[in-house]
Design a protein around this ligand. Sequence first.
Ligand code: ASP
Ligand code: MG
Length: 437
Amino acid sequence: MKVMKFGGTSVGSAQRIKNVADLICRGGRNIVVLSAMSGTTNSLIEFSDYLYNRNTEGARETIERLAAKYRGVIGELYETAEARKEAQQYADSVFAFLKTFTKKLFTQVEAKIVVAQGELLSTTLMTLFLHERGVAAELLPALEFMKIDAHGEPDVDYIREKLTGLLEQYPKAPLYITQGFICRNSHDEIDNLQRGGSDYTASLVGAVLGAEEIQIWTDIDGMHNNDPRIVDHTSAVRHLHFEEAAELGYFGAKILHPTCIQPAKFAGIPVLLLNTMDPDAPGTLIDNVPENGTIKAIAAKDNITAIRIKSSRMLLAHGFLRKVFEIFESYQTPIDMICTSEVGVSMSIDNTRHLGEIVHDLKKYGTVSVDLDMCIICVVGDMDWENVGFESRALDAMKDIPVRMISYGGSNYNISFLVRGEDKARALRSLSKGLFE
Ligand code: ASP
Ligand code: MG
């Protein structure tokens, strides 16, 4: 059994729902995880914002607009009047239910119920469409098996027990559909796995069932080993280690979020990234199999700020770094790259909301300087420290570019450079040439 997850844009219109139906029907007896149709989650959050602000008119308008969109989709999706009627009745009941929230006290609990309707809609419309086509797909309600504990962490044993139980109830179903993103919390209230959480659902479902594979389908062209907008000759990345995928995830490479990868990684279930626009392309496989001595990809992240603090007091002192880190922590600002010497520390951040305060507080401990508009360039691959030659090749490729920081040895899979934003394109091209050609 495989898990096939489709994101919001992949089910974003009647035509796309039909395409996904084709794909899942040729796939066999698998579990299909769907996001809400694109734009729906945002509209539901907007609806909630109006209700928090007690603006019932804004809320009603938002919901009317969304209801009209679904009427259009339903009109186009189904062939028979009967199926169309059933789908429209379901959608009407959802929108009528949503409107009841304009009349009561609105809290976070209600907002979670509201946002859950997106995935409930997409999966119901898909299941009805499959039924119309004569495929007796079974809709497995995520709210009956997906659960998080008091710390917001998935309750894996509960999920496994309930999901296996549900599957056993429908042993003959040719296909199962379920909602991504939504779950229940420790109070048994409706909750969710945070924005983009459908990938997390897929990873958890695959892990608890020991699935053969987890497929993540999106509508974007597969992963490239460098930015194709900047570098001429990029090639597709066919295989990544989970750790390499996690490194790249930070760089906004169109890849799973690192936390979503965890369950699959620990269960050793391969994750395959596939493209709904080109379903027969091989995609990118992510698993626990290392490829010795290969460099996989280069990625970049813009708008990085570097902060340096220099102090002779740091020399031979202990506890200095803790004080520095505490300042960042008190402003909830994550540090990305870090380099230290005996008398100074450089750190990079991408959230500059509290930059002024951070710099102010750091001045207690040393001389502070800031560089804006920097860019992190990261080279990902098998960078085990015992391998020889890779760091020197990467450094050699960077020889004409001013480098502000270098980070190596933090993991076995990455070497990162901090350069000026204006040098990014040059650095990417030069690394591409030095490492891939
Ligand atoms: N629909 C949710 C969101 O937009 C979950 C997801 O798409 O993964 O964040
Ligand atoms: Mg999404």
